[in-house]
Design a protein around this ligand. Structure first.
Ligand SMILES: [Zn+2]
Length: 481
């Protein structure tokens, strides 16, 4: 089975390199590689963070502040959650293409296969034609008798897709150094070389490259998302690398540039969404700012804001880039992948319009959304009722009144999204850490709505100073009042 061999499995691509300039011009690949690239759109942010957490290279820090957010959820005291299953579900968000992607040659999604639980006692004591619930969490309790549910062993009829998942198994594709994917034709490759400034093809050579899972995670998919630890404290922001294939072969980056988080520039997209969403919900955040530097030291929030942040981990990457960021997430290689899918033809290249739509707007489970979701996203009811004999099983919603966290206490949020229940020692630790005199602190109450939420999500992908980078214009506005 694909499951057991994936760690050693490799996919093969053909590279056209300029041996003089030491640069990859483009790669030629079939469905095995392109399917893996496209599958990234279906992965929830939390799944990506978890996959990256297992990468051995400690020199590199993944995905801005999302790693801290994921770890905070992991460490979050269970007594604050509505039910014990809430944490399990939020930590293990599931791609809607999970089963199909199990057949990919490299398995990036390390989410465990689904297990099913139901209450055996209520099941066998009930002789009516009754609806029962199942859960996918081993900690789930029966809603009738309160006992722990038991695993349902005879389920498992998972069908893995063999062959290609998203694109035609006979097509060949060109993958550029910054991950634009286009169908291969001789004319396209010549145009591409000319655009790259190649006049003399004698400098070019073909190389074969075998890529394994670890390389895909670090060098291929995530290198550009990674921020070098040395650059984190620099004012210029994170060091980004936008030529993952060249980096993989020659260990150098072609166009390094300082991160433009796109946060100060116009952010029109939210205006469009604002018109579409009628909720107009906002969450309150009390921010403590260092006056002299403008840095957000920490923020205090109620459970609704924390729930909103934790909920972001369940949103698939394709939805973040497309629906929320309008194709400009600031992670340029992933934006290019998104655009490639969007302009790729159906039939000859992408297998169907349905697949294309689902890659550009991957559905995610309704039970991952909460009342405190600031974004205009609607979860899909993925779990249809399942019948065993004459009885039906429906999915047990872990939320209580569509909420994951109990209404309790206040929470402490650091600039890089470490979230913990509030305590005075945390405040003192931060003030000591940044050596901030008490008269250099200002407090603001900020209302976080759709625009601020989007800025925060965008900043969290790349920046370790998420709150500072996403809230400054608001802080300035308020201090002028
Ligand atoms: Zn029961």
């Amino acid at each position: 089975m694909a499951d057991t061999e994936t760690n050693e499995a490799k996919v093969s691509i053909k590279l056209i390199v300029d041996k003089v300039k030491k640069r990859v011009m483009y790669a030629e690949a079939d469905y095995t590689f392109v399917d893996i690239l496209f599958s990234f759109m279906t992965l929830p942010l939390g799944t990506i963070v978890r996959a990256l957490g297992k990468v051995a290279d400690k020199e590199l820090v993944a995905l801005g502040s999302l790693t801290n957010l994921y770890q905070s959820l992991k460490d979050f005291p269970e007594c604050y959650l509505s039910t014990e299953e809430c944490k399990f579900l939020l930590l293990n968000p599931r791609s809607c293409f999970y089963n199909q992607c199990r057949g990919l040659k490299l398995k990036i999604d390390d989410t465990e296969p689904r297990q099913y639980f139901r209450c055996e006692r209520c099941w066998s004591n009930d002789h009516s034609d009754h609806r029962f619930v199942f859960s996918t969490c081993s900690k789930a309790r029966c809603i009738s008798c309160g006992l722990l549910m038991n695993e349902l062993h005879f389920w498992g009829t998972t069908v893995y897709v063999h062959g290609s998942v998203f694109v035609s198994h006979i097509a060949t594709f060109i993958v550029t150094d910054d991950f634009t994917v286009i169908p291969y034709t001789a004319a396209t490759s010549i145009r591409l070389l000319r655009d790259l400034g190649i006049t003399d093809t004698s400098h070019l050579e073909e190389r074969k490259l075998e890529i394994g899972c670890e390389q895909v995670k670090v060098h291929i998919f995530f290198f550009h998302m990674l921020t070098h630890t040395n650059a984190l404290s620099s004012k210029d922001g994170a060091l980004t690398l936008d030529s993952p294939l060249t980096y993989l072969v020659f260990n150098k980056n072609v166009r390094g540039f300082d991160a433009d988080l796109g946060l100060v520039t116009a952010f029109d997209h939210f205006n469009i969404m604002k018109k579409e969403t009628s909720s107009g919900m906002s969450l309150l955040l009390e921010v403590s700012l260092q006056k002299s530097t403008g840095k957000v030291l920490f923020a205090e929030a109620k459970e609704d804001f924390v729930e909103f942040l934790f909920g972001c981990l369940s949103i698939p990457l394709g939805t973040v880039i497309g629906t929320l960021m309008n194709g400009a997430s600031s992670i340029s290689c992933m934006d290019n992948l998104f655009k490639s899918i969007s302009s790729m033809g159906v039939g000859r290249y992408l297998k169907s319009q349905d697949l294309k739509d689902n890659l550009l707007k991957p559905p995610f489970g309704q039970h991952y959304t909460s009342k405190h979701q600031l974004f205009p996203l609607t979860g899909t009811l993925i779990n249809v009722p399942v019948r065993i004999g004459f009885k039906y099983l429906t999915f047990k919603d872990p939320r209580v009144d569509e909420i994951f966290l109990k209404q309790a206490g206040s929470f402490f949020v650091t600039d890089d999204l470490v979230i913990t229940p509030s305590s005075s020692s945390l405040t003192l630790n931060i003030l000591n850490k940044f050596k901030v005199p008490l008269d250099d602190i200002e407090r603001y109450e900020i209302s976080i709505g759709l625009e601020e939420g989007l800025r925060m999500l965008k900043a969290s992908l790349r920046s370790r100073e998420t709150l500072t980078n996403s809230l400054p214009h608001h802080l300035i506005k308020r201090s002028e009042l």
